[in-house]
Design a protein around this ligand. Structure first.
Ligand code: AHG
Ligand code: MN
Ligand code: MN
Length: 341
């Protein structure tokens, strides 16, 4: 059987890109190295050195930092930082951007990451992952500016994620479709396993933390209630699937279709998920696969953040499901306004 490695696939895409210099391929190869190191840690967690548990630190998000959060952040920062392909790295685990010193070997890319997504699932052997996004430096001169670090989602040149679990899967897009690769741990190579991924136009699954029901506004409650009603003409009731690791919930949605939601609520009025490290990269991937991603009212890729840790509501998945959600939220909000006069 023809087995294309991720290295070969990236090089083939580089050849199809006239202006390519090979720098992006080098960056992708370094991302793969970091992913393999974390995959090894995750799959041997609990054996040998203690990678489980808390560091006792609180990150910029106000969340407890797990040892694997920190290990993943340090691993990616070290490997990508020394790759000579980037001039800055921003991370969910770092309050400030990591700027590659001017004298060091730097490149034209900006690398953004959620080094370990789903950290509440680390100690219970449930899928976790890494999400990343790549932009090109926009500002002239050597200095890395806010203009470089807070770019419109549409300006991403590539995005991807790795899911660590029963197998380690690496999914990415460089705007030439979406492709998935599975790690062969004996060879230490990622092999093409999901070529040209396309998300089903409509699914029959919704994915949301219903534990937040009392925190939602009426339009959000009405939307989820609608999905639970019985109406075979519109494939309802939808099944509920919620893993609690965005990267795993998204991967299932990409393969099977459906709607993932992390809406705003009374406790998180801007939503919980981060634009740079979660929403924007997954939005590029889902659109490249024929799906949609919005805040419920705005297309994610049309947004330019005002802070590297900006949060926002996320509705992402099958085109028809996201459109249905947007329409029902808008109609319900209008009725609520009408009812309230
Ligand atoms: P992270 O571990 O990077 O902080 O991300 C956790 C996120 C995301 O993975 C998931 O969709 C969401 O938190 C789950 O939040 P709830 O536990 O509130 O449902
Ligand atoms: Mn996350
Ligand atoms: Mn994280």
């Amino acid at each position: 059987m023809e087995r294309t490695t991720l290295v070969q696939h990236v090089r083939q895409q580089e050849k199809a890109t006239p202006e390519a210099t090979g720098e992006f391929s080098s960056l992708m190869n370094e991302i793969m190295v970091a992913a393999k190191i974390i995959s090894l840690q995750v799959n041997s967690a609990g054996i040998g050195e203690d990678i489980f548990g808390l560091t006792g630190k609180i990150n910029v998000q106000g969340e407890e930092v797990k040892k694997l959060d920190e290990f993943s952040d340090l691993t990616f920062t070290k490997i990508i930082g020394q790759s000579g392909t980037v001039c800055a790295i921003t991370s969910e685990e770092k309050e400030e951007p990591f700027i590659i010193p001017a004298g060091d070997d730097r490149g034209k890319y900006i690398f953004m990451m959620d080094p370990l997504d789903g950290s509440s699932n680390i100690d219970v052997n449930v899928n976790i992952g890494t999400i990343f996004s790549v932009y090109k430096k926009k500002s002239s001169g050597d200095r890395v500016t806010d203009e470089d670090l807070m770019q419109k989602g549409e300006h991403q040149i590539a995005a991807g994620y790795i899911v660590y679990g029963s197998s380690t899967i690496f999914v990415y897009t460089s705007r030439q479709g979406v492709h998935g690769f599975t790690l062969d741990p004996t060879l230490g190579e990622f092999f093409l396993s999901h070529p040209d991924l396309v998300i089903p136009e409509q699914g029959s699954t919704y994915s949301v933390n219903e534990g937040n029901w009392e925190l939602w506004d009426e339009p959000q409650k009405n939307l989820v209630a609608y999905l639970k009603e019985e109406d075979h003409a519109t494939a309802r009731p939808y099944k509920l699937r919620y893993i609690g690791s965005l990267v795993a919930d998204f991967h299932r949605t990409l393969l099977k279709g459906g709607l993932f939601m992390y809406p705003k609520d009374r406790k998180s009025p801007n939503g919980k998920l981060r634009f740079s490290f979660e929403a924007a990269p997954l939005a590029l991937i889902v659109e490249q696969a024929g799906g949609k991603a919005s805040t419920g009212t705005r297309r994610i890729l049309d947004i330019t953040p005002t802070g590297i840790h900006d949060r926002l509501p996320l509705f992402i998945g099958s085109k028809k499901d996201v459109e249905m959600a947007e329409e029902r939220l808008a109609a319900s909000a209008k009725n609520t306004i009408d009812l309230n006069g």
